[in-house]
Design a protein. Structure first.
Length: 277
């Protein structure tokens, strides 16, 4: 048994000692969606500080707790605040919450984030359903001794964002009359924004949106056999695509502005996913 797995088991035991709930869907809240968890039927809350050895987010606006409850009739665990590689955490720390939510019982991981567009066809405030990703610019969370209890040494990545889940999200957006872009997400390390030529590089590589999270979590979930889907809120155009300098304030302003629509799309998607489970 690896040290990482021993640590995961300790975190799971802390959860079991405090919470009696089995989620089907795990939802990770990105920028602008922090209060989404307050809108569901809440059954229990578990603060990250109350889990032995659990990493705690240092980013403003990330509350740092798991919220357990129901979206419609679907049992969910919501990660209200994620940890990022750029905060100085190891990649093992970054994906520990994803692995823990799988051990809690979640079979589906729904990832959300705020990201910058590298695609000129997108505008700030758009939503992009993630259909594929490029993650080679940050370390893989699977580097190191493989824990067979989690998954195989060499995991297949041919359909990391499941087509059946994408079809459900696509249908939900259409019925809600919400414009939904579709594209490839690239994770860079951050915390600095990209340079103009890094944005060009991402575009040349086939990326449509770029951010500082998500892809590593998807890899860890896929390794454990979870079904994964994700939506990015396009918070800004990438550096060099406009004359405006980038700022965290712009990202937050855009994410907050479109949050009501984003919440509608997430809720409807989860309700429909629940019917598939």
């Amino acid at each position: 048994m690896t040290k990482a797995y021993e640590r995961l088991l300790k975190c799971y035991q802390c959860f079991k000692d405090k919470i009696n709930f089995k989620p089907e869907v795990a939802l990770v809240l990105g920028s602008g969606l922090g209060d989404y968890a307050d809108t569901i039927r809440v059954e229990a809350v578990l603060d990250y500080h109350d889990i032995e050895g659990f990493p705690v987010s240092t980013v403003s606006g990330h509350k740092g707790r798991f919220v357990f409850g129901y979206v419609g009739g679907v049992p969910v665990v919501i990660m209200q605040g994620r940890v990022h590689y750029y905060e100085g955490y190891s990649m093992e720390d970054v994906v520990l919450p994803t692995r823990l939510m799988k051990m809690m019982g979640a079979r589906i991981l729904f990832l959300t984030n705020a990201s910058g567009s590298v695609n000129y066809d997108y505008k700030a405030g758009d939503f992009m359903m993630i259909t594929d990703q490029i993650s080679n610019f940050v370390p893989s969370p699977l580097i190191g001794p493989n824990e067979e209890m989690l998954g195989e040494r060499f995991s297949d990545m041919s359909e990391i964002y499941r087509k059946d889940l994408c079809e459900i999200i696509r249908g939900a957006a259409a019925d809600l009359q919400i414009l939904l872009q579709e594209g490839t997400y690239i994770q860079l390390s951050g915390p600095n924004f990209e340079t103009p030529h890094e944005v060009k590089m991402c575009r040349i590589l086939g990326g449509d949106a770029v951010g500082m999270s998500t892809a590593c979590e998807a890899i860890a979930a896929n390794h454990m056999g979870m079904k994964v889907c994700g939506i990015s809120c396009i918070s800004n155009l990438g550096c060099g695509m406009t004359d405006q300098p980038l700022s965290a304030e712009e990202v937050k302003e855009t994410a907050d502005r479109v949050a009501p629509l984003f919440k509608q799309l997430i809720t409807e998607s989860i309700v429909r996913i629940g019917k598939m489970i």
